[in-house]
Design a protein around this ligand. Structure first.
Ligand SMILES: [Zn+2]
Length: 222
């Protein structure tokens, strides 16, 4: 019975220790990307919720309450988090001159210290890029506008030529003198075809001219 009891106690101890190890991970501070921007916490058993180049969020377990003001003091005095301070009991939020903002929250009931660090919004550079893009768009737009401005003359030139064509077109019907063929060696008929009536070396003249010269229409081809 004693052996069974000791075995039960040992297994119970092992299980509790194992479970404790499961729930209290030790944060490897060197794995924290933004570790240089905040004080090293003395108590490092906890969980890393977020660990990126732009945001750090971690919860430290089993932290005594006196560690909260000590850590806040380090934040202010060692890392310059003294701008835009928003402080309540066990809540501290401030930013430094580099634009980093730290938030320290202490939970008195669970003895958890939560540390949140936000990097300066890299959207500061992104909007400038966006502005550059916009400016590029503006220049491209102006280029397009310029090209559009140059294109209307191109469009206007056809408009100029088209009136000329319109002026020519009415002229052509009025001057559309029907051309006829007249014989050069005898005959008083003008023909619409050069090969009509076995003409040799026919001359092409206007119908008006042919009539003026005394020619009359050929009955075969007219
Ligand atoms: Zn004829």
């Amino acid at each position: 019975m004693k052996k069974a009891l000791t075995l039960a106690i040992v297994t119970l101890l092992v299980v509790t220790l194992f479970s404790c190890n499961l729930f209290t991970d030790t944060i490897n501070w060197y794995s924290i990307i933004l570790k240089d921007q905040i004080p090293d916490p003395i108590y490092r058993s906890g969980t890393t919720l977020e660990n990126t180049s732009t945001k750090l969020s971690l919860i430290l377990y089993n932290v005594p309450s006196h560690e909260y003001p000590a850590y806040v003091d380090k934040c202010m005095n060692e890392h310059g988090y003294s701008n835009d301070i928003d402080s309540e009991s066990y809540y501290f939020s401030a930013s430094n001159s580099s634009g980093y903002r730290v938030i320290v929250i202490y939970n008195v009931d669970s003895n958890e210290l939560q540390i949140i660090l936000e990097a300066p919004e890299q959207s500061n550079s992104e909007p400038s890029n966006a502005l550059q893009d916009i400016s590029n768009d503006n220049t491209s737009n102006t280029n397009e506008e310029q090209s559009e401005e140059t294109s209307p003359p191109e469009n206007s030139t056809p408009n100029v030529t088209s009136p000329e064509e319109e002026t020519k077109q009415p002229d052509q019907p009025s001057t559309s003198q029907e051309m006829v063929w007249i014989p050069t060696n005898g005959g008083k008929k003008y023909h619409s075809r050069a090969d009509c009536s076995n003409m040799k070396n026919p001359r092409q003249v206007t119908k008006e001219k042919a009539i003026e010269m005394g020619y009359s229409p050929c009955k075969k081809c007219h």
